[in-house]
Design a protein around this ligand. Structure first.
Ligand SMILES: Cc1cc2nc3c(=O)[nH]c(=O)nc-3n(C[C@H](O)[C@H](O)[C@H](O)COP(=O)(O)O)c2cc1C
Length: 457
């Protein structure tokens, strides 16, 4: 049985009863995205009948924390250390002579729209978009492979526009362009949880081969094969690979596109990709990602690791949550084990320094559940005095992916210290307790009903 990439992940999801299969025909224009959005992208769905195509489409795979942890074989408590270990100890990959991805090789008459069921998501989107494609490039100096999700706008025939918002990949493309050479790229569809997570670490910050980080994360060598037309490797068990080049000195209009925060991103001039070859397995499955906050959870998981480390340099951290509601980048809740007065404010400094994108952070004590909006609001309501506990930094560098600021990317930062005082002052913040509450078996009192909610059940 296969152990890597999408089919292996779907098998495991089926075993966990976490995959829904839709047998009703769906239109890739608006309808498919609407169904994914209805379930908040927290439910993996395989659409077996997609209008105008023989190829099924899968989406909603990566938006649920519990599923993500189970698929990675990790837990809330262990995840951050698991990721740190993999980045610090990349492991070798395994190059196979051949693999299922090479079962079909198309080099002629490439018409991407005709070949693949590529969804259109929002009314003002400029075109259909490949939103789950992991783009791989190779650093000519080190030979390292760098993977990352980039959205790809379908232009016409074999041409896509590529949105690259990354210092490393942008520089590499500009280096190729300055000597008038094309940059080889491949777009990978049909991957799994480890592969996506490894792709989300910053190439610029870590400079490690992301295929090797994937091997370390999954605990076995990632199986690769060589591409057909470019000097790149791709996963042997992926579903679909688009091989091609990004030619120098060519830019085309990209956007508008309904982005993760639910607003349209504008039109910009961006490089293009000319697709020269398509590899695909027999009976391939096309992978998509509805553009929404939940689909960025993998990115948020990496940010959490960096946030934990940055705050941990200053104070004792219990856990961190880069919230999905905040787009997996703008908002964080940090639980600390306060040892000194001032730790709350220091934690704010550490948090805001961990990433330019982080905009608002709340720091709480370890008795607050940072995954519960309810508990966080309770801490804000009962442990905060604004004049004492808020830190505002006006006009810092931020992310342009939300529209609230006057100059794109320049944004105010806010930290709220919602920790209680230490020592005698802490007494009045003690939570009222009911002895035996944790052990209450509520079904005993209502044997006829299926009880939901309550004390964690
Ligand atoms: C669903 C999803 C969509 C993304 N879309 C883009 C994109 O269109 N362009 C981009 O540059 N980064 C995008 N990202 C973020 C990058 O994939 C991520 O920052 C990158 O892999 C980090 O590697 P890098 O340093 O090589 O850019 C997306 C991430 C996810 C999870």
């Amino acid at each position: 049985m296969e152990r890597q990439m999408l089919r292996a992940a779907l098998d495991k999801l089926r075993q966990m009863d976490a995959l829904d299969e839709c047998q009703q025909e769906v239109d890739p224009k608006f309808e498919l995205g609407a169904v994914l959005k209805y379930f908040k992208n927290e439910r993996p769905i395989l659409f077996n009948r997609v209008k105008g195509s023989q190829i099924p489409v899968v989406g909603g795979l990566f938006g649920n924390r519990d599923i993500y942890y189970k698929m990675l074989n990790t837990t809330t408590a262990d995840r951050l250390f698991h990721f740190m270990k993999a980045i610090a100890n990349p492991q070798p990959t395994r190059l196979l002579k051949d693999g299922p991805i090479k079962e079909n090789i198309i080099t002629r008459n490439i018409d991407i729209r005709r070949l693949l069921p590529i969804p259109t998501f929002h009314s003002e989107d400029s075109s259909s978009f490949i939103t789950a494609g992991v783009v791989v490039i190779k650093d000519p100096k080190t030979g390292n492979s760098y993977t990352s999700v980039r959205r790809l706008q379908v232009n016409s025939g074999a041409e896509l526009s590529v949105l690259v918002a990354s210092p490393f990949a942008t520089q590499q493309y500009l280096d190729f362009e300055s000597s008038n050479r094309p940059m080889a790229v491949a777009v990978i569809l049909g991957y799994d949880y480890h592969f996506l997570l490894a792709s989300q670490i910053s190439s610029y910050t870590y400079g490690v081969d992301k295929y090797q980080v994937d091997s370390a994360l999954r605990g076995e060598a990632l199986a690769l094969v060589k591409c057909h037309t470019v000097d790149l490797e791709v996963p042997a068990y992926a579903e679909i690979v688009l091989e091609g080049i990004m030619p120098p000195n060519k830019r085309k209009a990209e956007g508008p596109f309904g982005e993760l925060m639910g607003y349209y991103g504008g039109v910009g001039q961006h490089p293009i990709m000319e697709v020269k070859c398509i590899l695909h397995r027999s009976n391939p499955i096309f992978q998509t990602a509805f553009p929404c906050r939940e689909e960025h959870l993998s990115n948020g998981l990496i940010r959490e690791m960096e946030l934990y480390h940055s705050v941990g340099n200053l104070v004792k951290v219990k856990d961190v949550n880069v919230t999905v509601s905040g787009g997996c980048r703008f908002h964080a809740a940090v639980a600390i084990e306060k040892q000194n007065e001032g730790d709350g404010k220091s934690a704010i400094l550490g948090a805001l320094a961990s990433s330019k994108d982080l905009k608002h952070v709340v720091v709480v004590d370890e008795d607050v559940d940072i995954y519960s909006h309810d508990d966080l609001e309770w801490a804000l309501a009962t442990r905060v005095q604004a004049s004492r506990d808020m830190v505002i930094i006006p006009g810092a560098l931020g992310s342009g992916l939300e529209p609230s600021h006057a100059i794109a990317g320049v944004t105010d930062k806010l930290g709220i210290d919602a920790t209680k005082p230490l020592g005698k002052g802490a007494e009045k913040f003690e939570r009222a307790k009911i002895p035996g509450y944790e052990e209450v078996n509520i079904e005993k009192y209502f044997p006829e009903k299926k009880i939901k909610g309550g004390n964690g059940v």
